[in-house]
Design a protein around this ligand. Structure first.
Ligand SMILES: [Zn+2]
Length: 259
C-alpha cells in the first residue's frame, strides 16, 4: 500500500480528515484501496486505522450499512441525479452501526451535471459524522464548484517523474492526436520499452494521459479514450510480473486511443 493511503487512514482515525475529499491518481485500484482504508479508519471497532474487526471485515466485503459505494450502473456511463438524491437523503440520517457514514463516489468524473449540482449543497453544509470520498483520475475532470468544496489529495503510484521522458511522450502523443498516425503510438511503445523501470514509465504514461484527459494539454483525442488508455497502462503493468515482453505490454495499452 502506498504512503498516501496510510497517511490518509491515520488522519481519518484522528478525526482530522476534511468532510469531502477528492482522491486522485492514475490507478483506479489504488484510489479504491485508499477509500476503503479511510472508511475502515472512520469505523473500526478497535479505533485502529484498519484491522480485522467485524466493522473492517464488513467494509472490506462492501456490506457495511454505513459505507456506501456509488458507482456507474452497468448500462449507463454516468452517475445519475437519482443516485445522488438517494445519498443526499441518506446523508442526513444517523449512522446505523458505525461512527461515520462514508459515501464513496467511484469515479466522481462520471457524475452527471445534475448529479454534481445535487451534491453541492451537501458538500457545502457538511452533515455530522459524514464523509464524502470522490475518486477521479484528475480533479480537473470535476466541476470547479465540487473542487472548491473538497480537499484534493493525490494518491499516486509513487511516480518518479522523469521530465525528459514525459516531454518525449507528450510530443509523440501530440503527433498522434494531430496526424492520427499509429506510428506515433508505436514510437511511444519503443521509447517506454527502452526504459529501465517499465512500471514507473507506464505510471508516468498513465499520468500524462490523465492530464491530457483533463485538458492539459488539450488534444484532439476523446476524453474517454485517453482515460481508457490510462487505465490500460496501469492495468498492463501487471504483465511485468510474468516477464512479458516490455514493448508488447506498452503496445497493448495504446490501441485504446484509436477510435
Ligand atoms: Zn477494525
Amino acid at each position: 500500500m502506498n504512503n498516501a493511503g496510510a497517511l490518509l487512514a491515520d488522519t481519518a482515525r484522528r478525526g482530522e480528515l476534511h468532510h469531502a475529499v477528492i482522491l486522485h491518481g492514475p490507478s483506479a485500484e489504488a484510489l479504491r484501496d485508499a477509500a476503503i482504508r479511510i472508511a475502515k479508519a472512520l469505523n473500526c471497532l478497535n479505533r485502529t486505522s484498519g484491522d480485522d474487526c467485524l466493522a473492517c471485515q464488513r467494509i472490506e466485503r462492501r456490506i457495511h450499512p454505513d459505507v456506501h459505494f456509488i458507482e456507474v450502473g452497468s448500462e449507463r456511463k454516468l452517475i445519475s441525479v437519482e443516485q445522488i438524491r438517494d445519498i443526499v437523503a441518506a446523508a442526513i440520517l444517523r449512522p446505523y452501526e458505525g461512527r461515520n457514514k462514508v459515501f464513496i463516489i467511484d469515479p466522481a468524473d462520471a457524475l452527471s451535471a445534475g448529479g454534481s449540482n445535487s451534491l453541492l449543497k451537501t458538500l457545502e453544509e457538511p452533515v455530522r459524522d459524514t464523509t464524502f470520498i470522490l475518486l477521479t483520475r484528475s480533479p480537473d475532470l470535476l466541476l470547479p464548484t465540487i473542487r472548491s468544496r473538497s480537499q484534493a489529495i493525490y494518491v499516486g503510484g509513487n511516480v518518479q517523474r522523469d521530465e525528459e521522458l514525459a516531454a518525449d511522450i507528450a510530443v509523440l502523443l501530440e503527433q498522434f492526436a494531430t496526424k492520427k498516425e499509429s506510428a506515433a503510438l508505436l514510437a511511444i511503445a519503443a521509447v517506454l520499452a527502452g526504459q529501465e523501470d517499465l512500471s514507473q514509465s507506464m505510471a508516468l504514461l498513465a499520468e500524462i494521459l490523465c492530464d491530457a484527459a483533463a485538458g492539459r494539454p488539450a488534444l484532439a483525442i476523446p476524453r474517454e479514450r485517453l482515460l481508457a488508455a490510462a487505465d490500460a497502462s496501469v492495468f498492463n503493468t501487471r504483465w511485468l510480473m510474468v516477464n512479458a515482453d516490455a514493448r508488447m505490454i506498452v503496445e497493448q495499452a495504446l490501441p485504446a486511443l484509436i477510435t
